[in-house]
Design a protein around this ligand. Structure first.
Ligand code: HEC
Length: 445
């Protein structure tokens, strides 16, 4: 063995060295093409070993190993932590014989399939090797005709039912609040449902019926046993070279040192239970989704913005001014310069007006906005209880050039309600600056 390789091998083995140093040494071994190091690399996998070292060992095996090695690694899937799993998937995607092994394993084990992100799938579907592309198409298509797909189909009726938010709140409290928090009810074991990017009915329904689809690694549940004999169930919220931090199902965090671990075993599933889609009848689904959709984090406050109930003027015209809007989201701001909403950069940015509509009917909608012509076309939506409009952002000379422009008509029912405006698609650069939305009742023909 050349001296530099021997040195690399010995620092890769050195347990007292920092994880990053060992990882570096391992990549040296693989760069030197040392196939005889494979058994050694295998021995570097285990929950007691810093994850950087395990990840480096997996990439090195990807460089040096054969399809058998990929199969051996994939068999150990349930014992790998989230960061190491990511490295394994990455190593499989870059090498076609490993991709084939990954697809076979994904076909046999839903937890592997579910851990593949959209971009992993696209890369496999676009592989330069025909056999990999075809196998990927087959494996991903088979996953669509599952019982889950049938349940989703059956629950589509809930979309046309009117959600009762009071009943939704009760259901939420009994079925969901042990893991989600909305309006001060519940605990934060799962994601914050008031700040989801996609709050549409379809997105929520899919999340409820099929929690294991599009599962983020940090929410996969693990059974962790310690040398002291404890069994802990939770997700691995974060990991360092020497410890794991678990988010337990009771909402508490717990950090365990790697050296105190007896073993870790992934259940391969989300902490969120399956079967909620069958446990709750369609009306209940409509109610709980309506409850989550109307719940928001507290609105942002800016000088000059005074959210308030908006009423029609004597001619029946309703002016939804930026000054009277409730403003939500991470980026959007109110400015007193033109009394406009600006910095509308995020899909989570939205504004809502509380409106008292005098009469049922059809209303013409005009928007007073500016949008520099260099900003790409974006689409936004204005949403009422039973109708909505989608329109393109208006190009104007510059951001100070506000114009009033008609964008269509919307049906409103009489009474107090909320009207919401937000992006209708991912925002390219920024949406628009807005002074107001004006509704005038169109005479009946
Ligand atoms: C035992 C814990 C638990 C319970 C009970 C639970 N959830 Fe979840 N939920 C999670 C976890 C963890 C995630 C994130 C992982 C995932 O998407 O499966 C999640 C994800 C979601 C998402 C998707 C969030 C996103 O970021 O896309 C929605 C929507 C959701 N849950 C709604 C509900 C509703 C509605 C109920 C009750 C009917 C419920 N959950 C019950 C744990 C739970």
């Amino acid at each position: 063995m050349e001296p530099v390789i021997a040195l690399a091998a010995s620092s890769a083995r050195d347990e007292s060295a920092a994880g990053s140093v060992r990882a570096e040494a391992i990549s040296l071994l693989s760069a030197a093409g040392q196939r005889d190091q494979l058994p050694f690399l295998q021995s570097l996998l285990g929950y007691e070993i810093p994850f950087e070292v395990q990840s480096a060992a997996i990439s090195a095996m990807g460089e040096l190993g054969s399809k058998d090695d990929a199969q051996m690694l994939l068999k150990r899937w349930n014992q790998l932590g989230p960061a190491v799993r990511r490295s394994l998937v990455a190593a499989c995607i870059v090498k076609s014989d490993w991709s084939a092994a990954l697809l076979d394993a994904a076909n046999a084990d839903p937890s592997i399939l579910n851990s593949l992100t959209d971009s992993d799938r696209q890369r496999l579907l676009a592989s330069s090797v025909v056999a990999v592309r075809e196998r990927a198409a087959e494996v991903f298509a088979a996953a669509h005709t599952s019982p889950v797909a049938e349940q989703l189909e059956a629950l589509q009726v809930a979309d046309s039912l009117k959600g009762d938010t009071a009943h939704g709140r009760e259901l939420f409290t009994s079925q969901c609040s042990m893991c989600h928090k909305v309006e001060n009810v519940g605990r934060q074991v799962g994601p914050d449902l008031t700040s989801l990017t996609d709050r549409s009915f379809q997105a929520m329904l899919t999340a409820i019926v099929d929690p294991n689809a599009a599962l983020e690694d940090k929410y996969v549940s693990y059974l962790v046993t310690t040398k002291a004999g404890e069994n802990l169930l939770g997700s691995i919220a974060s990991e360092t070279g020497t410890s794991l931090t678990l988010m337990l199902t009771d909402g508490n965090e717990r950090t365990v040192l790697r050296k105190d671990l007896q073993g870790i075993l992934s259940t391969g599933k989300s902490l969120m239970p399956e079967g909620l889609g069958t446990a709750i009848e369609p009306q209940g689904i409509a109610d709980v989704i309506a409850f989550i959709q109307q719940a928001r984090p507290p609105h942002s406050k800016f000088p000059g913005n005074e959210p308030q109930l908006v009423a029609a003027d004597s001619s029946g015209r309703i002016e939804l001014l930026a000054t009277k809007a409730y403003i939500y989201g991470p980026e959007i701001r109110f400015s007193t310069r033109y009394r406009q909403l600006e910095n509308w950069l995020s899909e989570r940015d939205e504004v809502a007006w509380q409106v008292d509509v005098p009469n049922d009917g059809s209303y013409t909608v005009e928007v007073e906005a500016s949008c520099e012509s260099e900003v790409p076309d974006n689409t936004f939506q204005i949403i009422a209880a039973n109708d909505r409009i989608i329109a393109n952002t208006p190009p104007t000379k510059n951001e100070n050039d506000f114009r009033v422009r008609p964008i269509g008509t919307i049906k409103l029912s009489a009474g107090r309600q909320e009207i919401v405006m937000r992006a209708a698609a991912p925002i390219k650069r920024r949406l628009l600056d807005l002074r107001g939305v004006y509704l005038s009742s169109t005479p009946k023909q």
